[in-house]
Ligand binder design. Structure first.
Ligand code: F6R
Length: 619
């Protein structure tokens, strides 16, 4: 949601913080701000809009007051209060000696604000964060916690409801930065004579790969020498050190105009890395399995919960898991799941899919499921994020950092990981023989090459994207596993090109949506294999001929050598022949390229679509 970074060290804090914010900007880009402790003072600057606006503002006012070596910064995705200058973080207390940046939502902020106003404090923003600045400022100024910044923050945290990460600096404490975490992410980076805190490691990966993951309800104090962690009551608390297994180049554009284009190209590697190490001695293994094979055998129903693209990956999983395990699978939007009283018990497996591992809707679905005694297996791309921490078993996707807001390589890695989950279940339950599991795994292991072949057609797809950039709307059709692909293709186009796009199950067309077809309307059709699903293939050919007869411009994604469909395709994009269930891994890729190129041709920022943020930590 928001990106936050704090620093104490030997370099100019402003440079370190601005660099960190640049890498965290994918988390939100409604405004940005910095605070630097300098010569007994606290210099703050903040500006609505992208980080570039803040930098321009700093150039305008001069960077003289910002020479210190400790400070912090924030990049915002607005929740409370419009994205304007005065709502931008950092927020200060009345004395303007203390500054706070915040990621998350303080749910009881209205009561806290009323309390402050009743005491005569004048609030200058509409945010929940400003209340924290005043409360910590008051706690530091007088009373039991006077002069003790960590204790002041702990005391305030005990009063806060909701999910939050807070970073606090005080002009009187230039050698420390203090931070707190409840639910929203926070990691510490350990350098030589310098220490960092940030929403994620990309903010400091340039300086160190040694990191520490904070737990729930913890306060950390960082200094040049290192860090100390306590719980909200001041008791020493346990943390998890880890070494980041990717470096700066993975978080940089590598010559591409946009991160998204680089991430589309990285998909073969993302798939290979996700599969690596999960099949040894003839068996599929997960990463952290706190569930026994017996518990997996006792499962009688699977729910998949996720949002957005992750949800689409879950829709694909349904076909594979049901086919391989004969278990009923329901796929549910995480935001709907816990509000409709789903029937869950000890024999239910809930698969929670999340790239970030911090999506609030999915996290709450996980909590609800565990509260009902269901077993939860997380599929996640972020080591140690909250969703895997709260799950019974974890399978990590190894897509590496995904900076483009629209999910591409993480989506493909999720699809692959979901297949592994299906095979792990089939193996534990004996619904597939070991040699069948091995065959399926080897078919999966061949997919990075198949995706490479699709990527060779990038220029053809981009040229088509440029032609389509003036279209008013685009429809996407698919059947069987091609249906979630159609939904994903439409989502990519909506979020990147701000174009009306709709995905349909092709068989549903005649039940209503066919009325939308008019002369020249582009319709993208995801074909099944003529060999793998011959019956569906011929039905889909009929569907295409129906829409072509009504004037649609048909863009067909079909298996190489599929001659039957050629006469019905105004544009044909060929993908390699792969096993039926694995087709989404190849057929999604052209749709990603198409959406990115249409958005680019329309002049939009492909990495940072309007109104969106990479991880959504509010419900
Ligand atoms: C779309 C997209 C979003 C995410 C969704 C879930 O391109 O990226 O729809 O898939 O917000 O996010 P995670 O996977 O982090 O839970």
């Amino acid at each position: 949601m928001c990106g936050i970074v704090g620093y104490v060290g030997h370099r100019p804090a402003l440079d370190v913080v601005l660099d960190g914010l640049r890498r965290l900007e994918y988390r939100g880009y409604d405004s940005a701000g910095v605070a630097v402790l300098d010569g007994g003072g606290l210099a703050v600057e903040r500006k609505a809009g992208r980080l570039a606006n803040l930098e321009a503002r700093l150039d305008e006012v001069g960077r003289d007051g910002f020479a210190g070596t400790s400070g912090m910064g924030h990049t915002r995705w607005a929740t409370h209060g419009a994205p304007i200058d005065r709502n931008s973080h950092p927020h200060r207390d009345t004395a303007e000696r203390l500054a706070v940046v915040h990621n998350g939502i303080i749910e009881n902020f209205a009561a806290l604000r009323a309390e402050l106003e009743a005491a005569g404090v004048e609030l200058t923003s509409d945010t929940d964060t400003e209340t924290v600045a005043h409360l910590v400022g008051q706690a530091y100024a007088a009373g039991e916690t006077a002069g003790d910044l960590p204790a002041s923050l702990r005391a305030v945290c005990r009063r806060l409801e909701g999910a939050f990460t807070l970073v606090v600096t005080h002009a009187d404490e230039p050698d420390q930065v203090v931070a707190a975490r409840r639910s929203s992410p926070l990691v510490v980076g350990l350098g030589e004579g310098e220490t960092f805190v940030a929403s994620d490691v990309s903010a400091f990966i340039e300086h160190t790969r040694e990191a520490v993951e904070l737990g729930q309800d913890q306060v950390v104090v960082i200094t040049r020498e290192g860090y100390t962690v306590t719980d909200f009551d001041g008791e020493p608390a346990e943390v998890k050190p880890f070494t980041v297994d990717w470096d700066l180049s993975a978080a940089e554009k590598g010559g591409h105009e946009y991160f998204m284009l680089k991430e589309i190209e990285e998909q073969p590697t993302a798939l290979a890395d996700t599969l690596r190490g999960h099949f040894a001695d003839g068996r599929i293994t997960l990463d952290e399995q706190r569930l026994s094979d017996q518990e997996l055998r006792d499962i009688d129903k699977v729910f998949v919960v996720a949002c957005g693209s992750a949800y689409h990956s879950g829709l694909v999983a349904k076909y594979a898991i049901e086919h391989w395990t004969r278990l009923p699978v329901e796929v549910e939007l995480a935001s709907e799941f816990r509000y409709r009283d789903p029937v869950l018990d000890r024999a239910t497996l809930v698969v929670a899919i999340s790239q970030s591992g911090e999506t609030a809707d999915t996290l709450e679905a996980v909590r609800h499921a565990r509260g009902q005694k269901a077993r939860v297996l997380a599929v996640c791309n972020t080591n140690g994020a909250q969703i895997p921490r709260e799950s019974d078993a974890v399978l990590y996707t190894h897509a590496g950092p995904e900076i483009g807001v629209a999910s591409t390589k993480a989506f493909l890695a999720q699809v692959a990981a979901n297949y592994l989950v299906g095979l792990a279940l089939a193996q534990a339950r004996g619904t597939k023989y070991p040699d069948e599991v091995a065959r399926e795994f080897h078919a999966l292991a061949a997919m990075p090459d198949a995706v490479r072949t699709v990527l060779e057609r990038t220029e053809q797809i981009k040229a088509l994207g440029r032609e389509l950039s003036d279209a008013k709307a685009v429809l996407f059709l698919g059947r069987h596993v091609g249906y979630p692909v159609a939904l994903e293709g439409a989502l990519k186009l909506k979020e990147l090109a701000y174009m009306h796009a709709e995905g349909f199950a092709a068989g549903e067309l005649k039940h209503g949506p066919i009325a939308l077809i008019e002369e020249g309307l582009p319709v993208v059709v995801v074909m099944p294999s003529p060999k793998g699903r011959a019956v569906l293939h011929s039905k889909l050919v009929s569907n295409i001929s129906e829409i072509q007869a009504r004037g649609a411009r048909t863009i067909v994604i079909a298996e190489e050598g599929d001659e039957t469909v050629r006469p019905f395709a105004d544009e044909l994009i060929e993908v390699p022949a792969v096993p039926t269930l694995l087709q989404p891994l190849v057929s999604t890729v052209p749709l990603q390229i198409l959406a990115a190129e249409i958005a680019r041709s329309r002049g939009y920022d492909v990495d940072k679509p309007r109104n969106l943020a990479k991880s959504v930590t509010v419900e």
